[in-house]
Design a protein around this ligand. Structure first.
Ligand code: ADP
Length: 398
């Protein structure tokens, strides 16, 4: 079956067409600047990107352009749209309503809408994309895959905030966690590659991208993760602060004369390694600046590394041990320096890295620990689109 995977943001739409038998990507790309002007990037497998500027007042025009590109006589990868057997949509927040992926129906979408309050920037955009696809591809089965679902197995002691219980009961204030599709994919893949039994394993997944989170996966189930009610909690990220005393938030707001929106913008968009370094949110720029002697860039990298190491320590305690640590996403897959610095803190538990192999490893499944390391350490590239395609096939194949 050919599966169209859609990841819809407020002004963008990323897509891939995946052949579910070979698991190969047939074409991928994105629509940008939806509602502003519009730009389609389309890339058939093995070919150059094709860029088309064209008005996209809404997501519907964007989806239509993607579908047209896919069946284009010259550069298309499909003869007809009938070849698309199903569509998989990424949905950010499923609250407590979705513990796994679900087939999209009117009732299902109504339940997703009830979660909108928890992700006001993301869920409405996801729903707009879903509706545009349903309109243009009537009768094609569709599946929603949630960022939060994998973490619904967290025990209550891990997901509660110590605020009045009524805040949880009345408003759903609790930790949900994100990047679930990635944590699920990478933990499964890590067990497979390492040849250990997922159902009898303690795995810590470090998803280190622009957004970053760590998860503790015990016997294949998420038992804790560093993001919370929103993706703001936890690690120091590209532009997000991660963990912070709420009193500091109040204090900054008062000093800077900011309202809630203003101070949340500061914490989400202007903080993290960007805020500390004043240089960039991109680790390539930070390491370059650090090498040139920029002290704040070095501080940002040190803070990032230290926070990840602390979470690994915490999750080792949470699971009473760890068999395997997996690094994934942009920084985790590509940045040997950051991986090695993190592992330096973990010597006390017998983590040993092969520096040469670690340095040489970029974006491939690879063991980077030495044979005498107490804990296996792997680089495992994430593939959220493939995970969404697999879920879509699982729920729609007859
Ligand atoms: P997101 O999906 O959250 O936007 P990514 O997983 O793409 O983020 O990660 C982005 C980060 O990955 C950036 O900080 C970037 O520096 C880093 N990164 C991506 N590719 C490389 C690379 N080849 N070498 C070093 N760092 C990289």
């Amino acid at each position: 079956m050919k599966v169209l995977v859609i990841n819809c943001g407020s002004s963008s739409l990323k897509y891939q067409v995946i052949d579910s038998e070979s698991e190969k990507v047939l074409a991928k790309g994105l629509c940008e600047r939806i509602g502003i002007d519009g730009r389609l990037v389309y890339q058939p497998a093995g070919s150059e990107k094709i860029i088309t500027e064209s008005d996209m007042p809404t997501h519907k025009e964007a989806v239509r352009m993607v579908l047209d590109a896919l069946v284009d006589p010259k550069n298309g990868v499909l003869k007809s749209l009938d070849e698309i057997g199903a569509v998989g949509h990424r949905i950010v927040h499923g609250g407590e309503k979705f513990t796994e992926s679900a087939v999209i129906t009117d009732e299902m979408l109504a339940k997703v809408e009830e979660c909108n309050e928890l992700a006001p920037l993301h869920n409405p955009a996801n729903i707009i994309g879903i509706n545009a696809c349903r309109e243009l591809m009537p009768g094609v089965p569709m599946v929603g895959v949630f960022d939060t679902a994998f973490h619904q197995t967290m025990p209550q002691k891990a997901y509660m905030y110590a605020v009045p219980y009524e805040c949880y009961e009345k408003y759903g204030v609790r930790r949900y966690g994100f990047h679930g599709t990635s944590h699920s994919f990478v933990s499964k893949r890590a067990a497979e590659v390492a040849g250990i039994d997922l159902n009898n394993s303690k795995i810590i997944v470090c998803h280190l991208g622009n957004g970053a989170s760590v998860s503790a996966v015990h016997n294949g189930k998420s038992v804790d993760t560093s993001m919370g009610l929103s993706p703001l909690e936890g690690l120091v990220m590209g532009t997000r602060s991660g963990d912070i005393d709420p009193t500091a938030v109040e204090y900054i707001a008062k000093k800077e004369g900011l309202d809630f929106d203003g101070v949340m913008n500061l914490l989400n968009k202007k903080s993290g390694v960007l805020g500390i370094s004043g240089v960039s949110s991109d680790f390539r720029d930070l390491l370059e600046a650090q090498d040139k002697g920029n002290k704040r860039a070095k501080l940002a990298v040190d803070m990032f590394v230290y926070r990840v190491a602390k979470y690994i320590g915490a999750y080792t305690a949470a699971m009473n041990g760890v068999d395997l640590i997996a690094f994934t996403a942009g920084v985790g897959e590509n940045n040997g320096y950051v991986r090695e610095e993190i592992c330096r803190y973990l010597g006390f538990m017998g983590v040993k890295i092969d520096s040469r192999i670690n340095d040489e490893t970029h974006g491939e499944d690879k063991k980077i620990s030495t044979d005498d390391s107490n804990v296996l350490v792997y680089v495992i590239p994430t593939n959220e689109e493939l995970a969404i395609a697999r879920e879509t096939v699982r729920l729609t194949a007859k």
